[in-house]
Design a protein around this ligand. Structure first.
Ligand code: NAD
Length: 308
């Protein structure tokens, strides 16, 4: 276990859903004290349950021999959950918001956070699609200098990348501190300018959009398109299998947001994707209980990862 970064030792995670809870686990595993906050007590409970018993949670890590029972207990002891925003933000050097993907919700959270947090706390958002500049727009230049995107990928316990998204107002100190923090949690950070989709999703969604266009033109089926990218380009997973893994409802939301932000026809959600989501095909049913299936179930094909 690495020790936490010297200048930031306490982290607040605001919004304790799928990403917030798992991110809290990542920070705690690296030695940070973490406070989680959510408007819903049910979410605070289910977030802790995810940390304990989720697929990438502590019990599984112990069962797989990746962590001792004592380590898992100490990771848990460093995470506390709060239903008071003020308590959750007290003494934190980094306040990371992972609430619903809505501009107004995020701005409202930060409006309150600014009143109660310390003057040098870094303020970050884990948004996938919203503009960091827009979220921070209502605030002073001084606040905006400490404001960034800190974009983790799901599942954050496994995915190595973090995008540090800087706006025109984010100062160098903030970016430097965050690079240090990312290193301390064993993530590789890339620094990107605030642009719709940032880097990874922008490219990933472009590939998915092109694959969907080939599918709709009847050039090849989903499995063969995925095989082309796996075997021809060395991608660990083709765009449709990845879409099924991420969740087709999330993919659709990401594309809608990217299309709305850019007005670029490339990102217009493909008709097949819209149809699948409408019919309840929300992704791989092994990962999403409420889903009828993903592209592979819809077309009755076998995922390449199940064979190779
Ligand atoms: N799901 C992903 O794969 C993924 C990946 C990277 C980034 N993100 C981003 O992370 C953020 C959270 O996504 P998620 O998938 O964890 O969503 P989620 O729905 O699982 O969790 C969101 C949480 O925010 C809470 N919330 C809503 N309003 C709040 C408020 N005012 N104050 C505090 N908490 C509030 C909700 O109760 C909920 O627990 C979004 O911005 C999303 O774009 C998601």
């Amino acid at each position: 276990m690495t020790s936490s970064s010297s200048s930031v030792s306490k982290i607040s995670v605001l919004g304790f859903g799928l990403m917030g809870a798992q991110i809290a686990q990542v920070f705690s595993q690296a030695g940070y004290q973490v406070k989680g906050y959510d408007v819903s007590d049910t979410q605070l409970r289910s977030g802790m349950e995810l940390i304990r018993k989720g697929k990438y949670g502590l019990e599984n890590s112990v069962a797989k021999g990746r962590m001792s029972k004592e380590e898992a207990d100490s990771v848990l002891s460093r995470i506390s959950v709060e239903s008071s925003l003020e308590h959750a933000c007290q003494g934190s050097g980094l306040i990371l918001e992972a609430a619903f993907e809505e501009l107004k919700t995020k701005q409202e959270i930060f409006r309150k956070v600014i009143q109660i947090s310390s003057d040098d706390a870094i303020l970050g958002s884990n948004t996938s699609t919203l503009s960091i500049s827009k979220i921070s727009e209502p605030f002073s230049t001084e606040i905006r200098s400490r404001f960034v995107g800190l974009h983790f990928f799901n599942p954050p316990q496994i995915m190595k990348l973090v995008e540090i998204v800087r706006t025109q107002d984010t100062d160098k100190w903030t970016v430097l501190k965050l690079k240090e923090v990312c290193l301390s949690i064993k993530k590789t950070a890339i620094v990107v300018s605030d642009t719709p989709g940032f880097v990874a999703n922008r490219i990933g969604i472009s590939v998915f959009a092109e694959a969907s266009s080939l599918l709709e033109k009847g050039v090849a089926n989903v499995r063969d398109i995925d095989l082309a990218m796996r075997l021809g380009y060395g991608y660990p997973m083709g765009p449709f299998e990845l879409g099924d893994l991420v969740g087709l409802d999330s993919r659709l939301l990401n594309m809608q947001a990217l299309y709305a932000e850019t007005n670029d026809e490339r990102f217009k959600p493909p008709a097949v994707l819209e149809k699948l989501v409408q019919e309840g095909y929300l992704g791989d049913p092994k990962l999403k209980k409420a889903s009828k299936g993903g592209y592979y179930e819809y077309y009755g094909l076998k995922r390449p990862s199940e064979e190779t």
